[in-house]
Design a protein around this ligand. Structure first.
Ligand SMILES: NC(=O)c1ccc[n+]([C@@H]2O[C@H](COP(=O)([O-])OP(=O)(O)OC[C@H]3O[C@@H](n4cnc5c(N)ncnc54)[C@H](OP(=O)(O)O)[C@@H]3O)[C@@H](O)[C@H]2O)c1
Length: 513
């Protein structure tokens, strides 16, 4: 009889090694990202004993604050966003490592002062002069800050100390600007020092795509064009722009989600097995997929992509306004809040297998998932039964909010006649492994502290992602939409998105919960 594998204890740490001794300098330490994600992630690492005893943080922003004020502020952040009681001993040991320095990023005089402060912190906490700089600030500052750090010698490494920089998204706003930022950074630092973050890769289920594919002998042999009919990737949000209208007006859904998050999901789903888990071995295979995505001509942009903008409707049972009535949004805005497209990957494994992608705001459910639809079995055996058609098998990788994997297959409905029903075999991460407190940033911050770049994007990957979407950006700009808003809040996007699949005899799988 088959036996269930033993469940690991819920509290088993996912990563066992402590980070290197170092100072993390947060540029933008008074902002939303720092409060909601970075500080809680650092606290979770401290609780799991994954921070070095020789670790410290220097926050930088304009808001005038003393070290003590900053420590009080992060206490509030941890209370609000960690949702766990604070252990006074861990807190004491954690908070005394935090320092703050007020200044303007544009001011050249700020950097020698940061340097002096770092020398002192390094001395007090024995951080071996290892520094990493987190750009938790507007993208226009990424290049200039690194430039000024380099000018003060703060990017210089040697055999006994390292210097790294974490760059937040968005990395550029089109192909040209992404290339320009790469060129600027690569003049100041080596690729090995640059950590382009995409927090999607901090999620367990995203990392699990590789484990699922390459640790299970049963799936890899059928993971190709012979057995797979198509792939769907959906990133659906129920929220609108949530007070970020001025940012979103310049970004739009295509820029915001596709070149980064969705390209990561495609590359992990489609890549060849890497020769090892070495950072460049994995990223080489991911990059090959991104380069193999078939370029889209202007004509194909019109037939293979769909853009949408939400109008008024409902969300969570409440009436909500349309995008054009949101704060800081132009009343005649042409910014898309929904995008869908069909891509093809020109390689031996995936030739002619469509990858359908969609992402949108104000959808009926918050849900990120990848659907792998397998080819249908021949119907011939069932033609003289009451079965009218066969449902294809679908394997679904659920990324958020629930993390798990489900397999849909047909089974006979009990009874004297042959009737088929569709059943699901479900694995839920949380049910099996227990819940780990996580923001998604823990793993990525820890990886930066130990020098593992596997889950960070390399320059060529970022540029390959922009190369895919650039024709759409150009054509959409040249041909402004005439039918916005074209979907009601609380629906699955414009009808053209359904038609994109219907033309190919397929349809989206929607998860309402
Ligand atoms: N928030 C998120 O959930 C999230 C998620 C993913 C990625 N990101 C990315 O993370 C970055 C930061 O986002 P955020 O939401 O945290 O932005 P934010 O709330 O606007 O914070 C920006 C920070 O930069 C500081 N700042 C702005 N101009 C400055 C200047 N001239 N000199 C010194 N400090 C300055 C601000 O503090 P002062 O006003 O005190 O100077 C603040 O601490 C952005 O690139 C964003 O795209 C954010």
């Amino acid at each position: 009889m088959a036996q269930l594998a033993e469940r690991p204890a819920a509290a088993t740490p996912r990563i066992g090694k402590q980070g290197d001794a170092c100072v993390m300098v947060i540029f933008g330490a008074a902002g939303d990202l720092t409060a909601r994600l970075l500080i809680p992630a650092l606290y979770n690492l401290a609780r799991a004993d994954l921070l070095s005893k020789e670790f410290a943080v220097l926050g930088v922003a304009r808001a005038p604050m003393t070290d003590e004020d900053f420590r009080k502020r992060i206490l509030d952040d941890v209370k609000e966003y960690c949702g766990e009681c604070i252990n006074s001993e861990t807190w004491e040991n954690f908070s005394r490592r935090f320092y703050y320095f007020a200044g303007n990023f544009g001011d050249d005089q700020l950097y020698p002062k940061i340097k002096d402060r770092l020398v002192q912190i390094d001395r007090d906490h024995s951080t071996h002069q290892n520094f990493f700089y987190y750009m938790a600030t507007a993208p226009s500052f990424f290049g200039p800050i690194v430039e000024k750090l380099a000018a003060k010698g703060l990017m210089e490494q040697s055999n006994d100390h390292w210097r790294r920089v974490i760059i937040e998204k968005p990395f550029g706003h089109d192909l040209e600007s992404a290339k320009a930022l790469n060129q600027q950074l690569l003049k100041l630092a080596d690729e090995k020092q640059i950590y382009r973050i995409d927090h999607y890769l901090g999620k367990e289920t995203v990392q699990n795509i590789m484990a699922f594919r390459f640790a299970n002998g049963i799936f890899e042999p059928i993971w190709n064009r012979r057995y797979i009919d198509h792939v769907q990737i959906s990133v659906a949000e129920t929220v609108g722009v949530e007070g970020r209208g001025s940012y979103f007006e310049h970004a739009g859904s295509l820029r915001d989600m596709v070149p980064n998050h969705i390209m990561q999901l495609i590359s992990l789903t489609a890549m060849e097995p890497p020769i090892s888990f070495d950072a460049n071995a994995v990223r080489d295979e991911q990059a090959k997929i991104l380069h193999a995505i078939q370029p889209i001509s202007d004509q194909e942009v019109l037939t293979r992509s769909v853009r949408g903008q939400y109008g008024e409707g409902t969300a969570g049972g409440e009436n909500v306004p349309g995008y054009r009535s949101e704060p800081d949004v132009a009343p005649d805005s042409r910014t898309e809040t929904f995008v869908a497209m069909k891509l093809l990957i020109d390689n031996w494994r995936w030739a002619d297998v469509p990858f359908y992608l969609r992402t949108g705001k104000r959808m009926p459910a918050r849900n990120t998932h990848i659907v792998i639809q397998f080819r249908q079995a021949p119907f011939v055996l069932f033609r003289d039964t009451s079965v009218e058609h066969l449902m294809p098998n679908q394997l679904v990788l659920h990324i958020q909010p629930e993390e798990g994997i489900s397999l849909q297959f047909a089974a006979k409905v009990p009874g004297p006649v042959m009737r088929l029903g569709t059943v699901d075999m479900n694995f839920e991460y949380q049910e099996y492994f227990g819940k780990q407190p996580s923001t998604g940033y823990e793993r990525l911050l820890h990886d930066c502290m130990i020098g593992d770049q596997t889950l960070f994007q390399r320059a060529d990957m970022v540029e390959a992602g922009w190369t895919v979407v650039n024709p759409m950006l150009d054509l959409w700009k040249a041909l402004p939409p005439r039918n916005f808003p074209n979907y009601a809040s609380g629906t699955w996007g414009p009808k053209e998105a359904d038609e994109l699949l219907e033309r190919d005899g397929r349809r989206w799988r929607n998860f309402e919960k």
